[in-house]
Design a protein around this ligand. Sequence first.
Ligand SMILES: Nc1ncnc2c1ncn2[C@@H]1O[C@H](COP(=O)(O)OP(=O)(O)O)[C@@H](O)[C@H]1O
Ligand SMILES: [Mg+2]
Length: 401
Amino acid sequence: MATQLAPEHVVGRDRLIERAWHALEKHSVLFTAERRIGKTTVMKKMQAETPDGVTVRYLDLEKVGSPIRFVEVLLAEVRSLLPKSERAKKLFGELMGHLGGVEIGGVVKLPANNGAKWWQPALERVLACVCEHAPTTTLVLFFDELPYMLQKIAGCTEEGGDRAALAVLDVLRSARQEHPNLRMVFSGSIGLHHVVHALRDGKCASEPTSDMMTIEIGPLEASDAQDLARRLLSEARVECDSVDTVAAELADLTDRVPFYIERVAMCLALEPSPITPETVQRQVQSHLTNDLNHWEMEHFRQRIPTYYPGTIPVGDRATLAKADIVSCILDELSICESPRSIAEVCVAIKSSHPVENRALVIDLLRNLVLDHYLVCNDHKHYSFRFPLIRKWWQLAQGLAA
Ligand SMILES: Nc1ncnc2c1ncn2[C@@H]1O[C@H](COP(=O)(O)OP(=O)(O)O)[C@@H](O)[C@H]1O
Ligand SMILES: [Mg+2]
């Protein structure tokens, strides 16, 4: 996880945050976004500026790998919500006694050997206890990197793997339904839809997040991205003839993603002065072509076989990996200047692979939108979501002129 900014240094996001609070009045929320867009930053800012009548607890689940650890982390966070009365102390003591836990210096430890299913009622009880006794009208729990935790739980066979991970989602869903003052925000850089799909293993099961409202976190607004660029250039003592022009170029060429703005601004500080828009263009190009992978763009290519597993039959005996079809779609769209229809994408795939399965192509295009690679316009034409990633893909696949 990146180092977190103090809330007063967070640029923009006000309208998004307002929308999120509005949604949270009635619903729980699923934040979706590409990694490094600024999800954690948004949640931390919301935590720092919580409206009246709302209490927030933020849980970083990146290091949590078992349901029991999840209950422990939750217990430690929500404990302070119970009123400091003797009655509440007694209540917490009773809860810990019931769970067989101990608390040392604010860290809660629960027994790990009470049987695989034991944590389920414990989680239910903790959520019920805090919702019934917390002195607040609405409690919002932020679960950051939840999909990552679920993946780890699923990979942990002694906990019952996939079933345990799905059960965590089910308990959380039941708690949302049961307690009218409880809201949750799920966030993470791995798409939750991939994790849930893998957990169900294609089988039909309850949809664990269908009651939640999805909010996509996009790049910064243009004026905010330019403000951030100006501030970072000034902090790095970058000398420019026209700081406004350089900041505008920097914001534009990095797709207004704060993480990339920061990286380029740092490198500009090492360039000879004065910095011009051309220097920014050179720096961005150098980041995009650098095999040292400073921007971790390689991730967009490496994760494709994991996100799109499986093969399809082609011809009599041969098979074709779905990941290869996905790469082919991205290759085609990376070199097209305008968005492409489903029919055009199908024709492009057929020119290199014997794929007749139109439904599969439609499904892959839809998933590429969910994974933030692509966007679909009102004519149902597809193109890359981020010009920067399109440019990187073109270069990385050797397709650039
Ligand atoms: N609104 C913002 N204003 C200024 N910097 C930001 C903002 N959002 C993100 N950043 C910078 O980008 C980095 C990555 O953001 P982060 O919130 O950790 O992304 P995510 O959680 O989506 O992976 C942060 O550490 C911060 O330095
Ligand atoms: Mg994060």
